[in-house]
Unconditional design. Sequence first.
Length: 463
Amino acid sequence: MSSESKRPNILYIMSDDHAAHAIGAYGSVINETPQMDRIANEGMRLDNCFCTNSICAPSRAAIITGKYSHLNGVFDLNDDLDGRQMTFPKLLQADGYQTAMVGKWHLGHQGINYPTGFDYWEILPGQGLYHDPVMHRMGEVVQHEGYVTDLITDFSLNWLEARDRNRPFCMLTHHKAPHRRWEPDDKHVHMYDDVDIPEPASFHDDHSGHGAAAHYAKMSIDRDLTPADLKHREPPTGLSPVELKSWKYQCYIKDYLRVIVSVDDNIGRMLDYLDEEGLTENTIVIYTSDQGFFLGDHGWYDKRFMYEESLQMPFLARYPEEIEAGSVNEDIVLNVDFGPTLLDYAGLQTPRQMQGASFRENLRGNSPQDWRSSFYYRYFMHCAGGHDVYAHYGVRTDRYKLIYYYEDQPGPRYWELFDLEADPLELQSVYDDPAYAGTVAELKEELLRLRSEVGDQTNPWLD
Ligand code: CA
């Protein structure tokens, strides 16, 4: 029992669509997140944490199984997870951990798609509601009153309070916020009313440096936000087209930031609980999101594209026993690595079917010499399935990103190359620039190598 109590507890907090550039610790210029920053200040910030498929359900499936989409079977947002697969909570539970999952699951809410490997679970069906949500508690439908971010935290804390104090715990707290449509808690509805939120540097990107997919996609602040997204607010009369676009951005981004305030406040409640219970030293606390999001970057909202704002996941980790306070890591870490890492902390090996690798040593400041220097990405959804982003795959290294868009309809298929050092905003593809011909050839080799390594046999290859 004594050795059992020494194994670290795990508090894994994940939100939905929270981009790193809306977190204070990541240098946000549009909001403040003091509670998330507590985790960063007392732990580590990862600057190159990425998803392998930038959309909700697929990233969640990659996290829980440690496998890429083509092996876990969750390719797009409509796919449910076959819960008979190996997952990291199952392994923790089998090894003596108390396990719980509260909040947005989004991997199905019936039969074999319900969460497995948890002693306790209570989930939102599908996307769930911000106000007075219905939840499924261990298969039973329960109607709640209140604001979803508060409720998810309440139920998480209730479970922690009722836990067996002689065994370690793994608590997954998954917030719905800040997923569209952004509905703040009543007390935050008027936050930011009197300020202008800065527009991002690429807000007026005309996509002249991008291929057809960027022009075809339907996630434009200008054209694609619906009246419901804008809460049926009416713009002032007489605005120019550019002024109207700015007005829509302010509506959108303020609601997005308002729902994040609730997430931040509630993270504070959980950190305070750990302090009060004397659990801070022996609990790994993680804050992340299932992918990034465009916050007006390139003139967009939403995600899916392999461009940085969508590709990057925020990842903050605190564990005073091993992680130096206020540290930063720049290694390439992926969502498929989360499971192996948490298992490692529990003293468990990464099972063979998981494709990710533990980055526990990286978090300790001892990055392995042979740590990956590139990774494979693939967005599988086709144009017909929401926001009309062409399916694509690609490779990213520390400096370059090569992307191949393979939709035949509406097509055409084409490549993009970005030099992130010369063009960090990814405004101009240099794929056709002869100066980059050698780089293109090397990256295509690397993409083939990675495709083979992860075992994605279904990807269409042009040349
Ligand atoms: Ca998401």
